[in-house]
Ligand binder design. Structure first.
Ligand SMILES: Nc1ncnc2c1ncn2[C@@H]1O[C@H](COP(=O)(O)OP(=O)(O)O)[C@@H](O)[C@H]1O
Ligand SMILES: C=C(OP(=O)(O)O)C(=O)O
Ligand SMILES: [Ca+2]
Ligand SMILES: [Mn+2]
Length: 633
């Protein structure tokens, strides 16, 4: 599969190109692998369906309807390859078929709906019809997401209308780039036409949010078995009874990711467009097949719907101890939410998206989406073992013959991923709900290497760091040592929030205060120098720190304050060498340490300037305190 400049996918010809693996065998470069599409025409003979049956099926798939045409393709259930399910009148060549002149050409076509297929059925669909789909030695389904191997936040658009005009955060710094209703409909029509032009589409009807009172029904219409399996794993799966009584979805995604948007359409700046229309309760995806867009798109919807019900939506992992103590793990991508919330000694509530309401926390999702770069069985056994039959493995490289995955391979992308149902983690807490959090852990992967491995935060400091949403990763790994790239993303999820960050911050402050939660800042990044001279803090040490937070022992430790950031750091943590707890000790060049510390402090200050004139909550005092809780120098 080769990417064209405009984001379209082009399937090239010829065999898959291979590179030599460790054992000399060709390793499948899944990105470039080509395979002919297999057409299965060996099904039994044509059998007509009743009109009633057809109507009930059409009702089920009413969301595929065009808004501007009275008629569109007829929708039928089942795989077109299994011809027994194909009605007679689908074939224009049939002697009894009488065309009507009053209908459009599209109404003569049939689109088969593959409705809530099982994992096994989706495997078969993917392997038969989707290039680059393979079963790996652990039983997972390896797939390719195409040209896009990560999200495209710059291509996200939100319809600005009466519904959203006053409520949403617009303008500088906001992730909500506006589009008008008409343009949304243009893209919607493009996506629906594309989907209707296919022989078959996949429809998933599922739930979001384990809190039964605030559950949302979602429908995902997509063209690839990969997308259907991904959402099957990531959303909450309905029981057969729940599916029978599903009714009308609260929100629908039309994922036509293989098809580009029209770049001449107003508001478009590339051939990728992810469009959110809150009034219509619809999302359209064009020009990207990265499955994470669906999951994070729905997360944005929850970031709008839930705060309106006084429920705080959180970009965080969440787990619970044997005694019912709940911890939240906030952090940007790659900082450790999934890794640290998946803890063999605790119950996993969820790895990425939660709600904090009146009764406690609830996971929004039914699955986890783990990064798998450099994954090892020793360091992350639970995630390793979750990669089995049913799991979607995105963009990984594996041995052509043994189908063993090489998790160190970055040739397709560094953002290799595994999506699995949450019950694949043995100590998952089902239903995924828990009491009010006791600890709120803010994760930052500081590639500058100046933030302490752990600090205890005051409420004002927690808010300051929550609003800042800092992390710094390395810019690129190929051209040698590069400057770490500081990223500030409000609420540790600026790409997904819909309201002004201070709205979420005020809710978090109120909830933490009410329930007596303690805030912590944990650096999962560098120590002993910046990226290039220092090294990443050992996961084993970070786990010890997290253990001490959970057990309550760290709360009782002795603390002292650091300069510049004014962070309270413990003098000792069980299982962690004491000297690393103050980063200055780990730097051989103390002058370089101080310069880097001041540099990072300056970046924090600059970033926070846009929030200086905003009030956080009803309490003026808190706003003042938060402004004072940043670096001082
Ligand atoms: N000290 C550490 N703490 C947490 N993660 C670490 C650490 N060192 C290395 N890692 C790696 O960093 C990555 C964190 O990614 P992940 O948990 O998926 O982040 P998120 O869920 O926040 O996007 C994992 O690949 C993990 O193995
Ligand atoms: C899926 C994502 O989540 P994370 O990287 O936080 O795990 C994402 O941000 O695209
Ligand atoms: Ca994320
Ligand atoms: Mn994650």
């Amino acid at each position: 599969m080769a990417a064209k400049g405009n984001g379209e996918m082009k399937f090239g010809s010829g065999g898959g190109s291979t590179t030599k693996g460790r054992n000399g065998l060709g390793k499948i470069q899944t990105q470039r692998r080509q395979n002919g599409i297999c057409h299965d025409d060996s099904g039994p003979t044509v059998k007509a369906q009743t009109i009633d049956e057809l109507h009930s099926l059409q009702k089920k798939s009413a969301s595929l309807a065009s808004l501007t045409r009275e008629t569109g393709p007829k929708v039928v259930k089942g795989d077109p390859a299994r011809q027994s399910e194909t009605p007679k009148f689908a074939h224009a060549s049939h002697p009894h078929f009488t065309p009507t002149i009053s209908v459009s050409d599209s109404s003569l076509k049939f689109t088969h709906v593959l409705y809530n297929l099982s994992q096994a059925e989706l495997y078969e669909q993917a392997i038969k019809y989707e290039k680059g789909s393979f079963i790996t030695s652990n039983g997972a389904l390896a797939t390719l997401s195409g040209a896009k191997t990560g999200r495209s936040p710059k291509d996200k658009r939100v319809v600005r209308d009466e519904t959203t005009e006053d409520d949403l955060w617009w303008g500088k710094g906001s992730p909500n780039i506006e589009m008008d209703e008409h343009t949304f409909l243009v893209n919607r029509e493009r996506a629906v036409d594309y989907l209707n032009s296919l022989e078959k589409v996949f429809v998933n009807d599922q739930f979001l949010n384990w809190d039964p009172e605030n559950q949302i029904k979602v429908r995902i219409v997509s063209a690839r078995a990969y997308h259907s399996l991904f959402m099957h794993n990531m959303c909450i799966r309905p029981t057969p009874e729940e599916l029978e009584n599903f009714g009308t979805p609260d929100f629908t995604i039309y994922n036509a990711g293989q098809f580009p948007c029209n770049r001449y359409t107003h508001y478009m700046t590339s051939s990728t467009s992810i469009d959110l229309n809150l009034a219509r309760r619809e999302m359209v995806i064009l020009g990207t097949q990265y499955a994470g867009e669906m999951k994070k798109g729905l997360f944005s919807v929850m970031h709008y719907l839930m705060p309106n019900r006084q429920i705080l939506s959180l970009h965080s992992g969440c787990n619970m101890g044997k005694d019912g103590d709940v911890a939240l793990f906030f952090g940007l991508s790659g900082t450790g939410k999934t890794t640290l919330s998946t803890d063999h000694n605790r119950y996993l509530i969820g790895d990425d998206e939660h709600c904090w309401g009146q009764n406690g926390v609830s996971n929004i999702e039914g699955g986890c989406y783990a990064k798998c770069i450099d994954l090892s069985k020793e360091k992350e056994p639970d995630i390793w073992n979750a990669i089995k039959f049913g799991t979607v493995l995105e963009n990984v490289v594996f041995d052509e013959h043994t189908r063993e995955v090489d998790y160190s391979e970055k040739s397709v992308t560094e953002n290799t991923r595994a999506a699995y149902p949450i019950e694949y983690i043995p100590n998952a807490k089902i239903p995924c709900v828990g009491p009010h959090p006791k600890n709120v852990i803010l994760l930052a992967c500081d590639a500058f290497g100046v933030l302490p491995p752990v600090s205890k935060l005051s409420l004002a400091q927690t808010m300051y760091h929550f609003i800042s949403g800092y992390t710094a990763l390395v810019a690129g790994t190929e051209d040698g040592i590069k400057e770490p790239q500081a990223t500030f993303s409000a609420c540790f999820g600026a790409a997904f929030i819909m309201l002004h960050p201070t709205k979420y911050a005020a809710m978090l402050a109120a909830k933490m205060q009410k329930h007596g939660a303690t805030g912590w800042l944990v650096n999962t990044g560098w120590s002993g120098g910046s990226y290039g001279s220092g090294s990443r803090i050992k996961l084993a040490y970070t786990r010890k720190i997290i253990d001490a937070i959970h057990s309550g022992s760290l709360l009782k430790a002795n603390y002292r304050k650091t300069e510049v950031f004014g962070l309270e750091i413990p003098t000792g943590v069980e299982g962690v060498p004491s000297e690393i707890l103050d980063p200055v000790n780990t730097w051989s060049n103390k002058k370089a340490y101080k310069e880097t510390l001041l540099k990072l402090g300056g970046l924090f200050k600059n970033n926070f300037e846009v929030f200086v004139n905003h009030k956080i909550g009803k309490d003026d005092g808190l706003t003042e305190e938060i402004l004072a809780a940043g670096p001082v120098f």
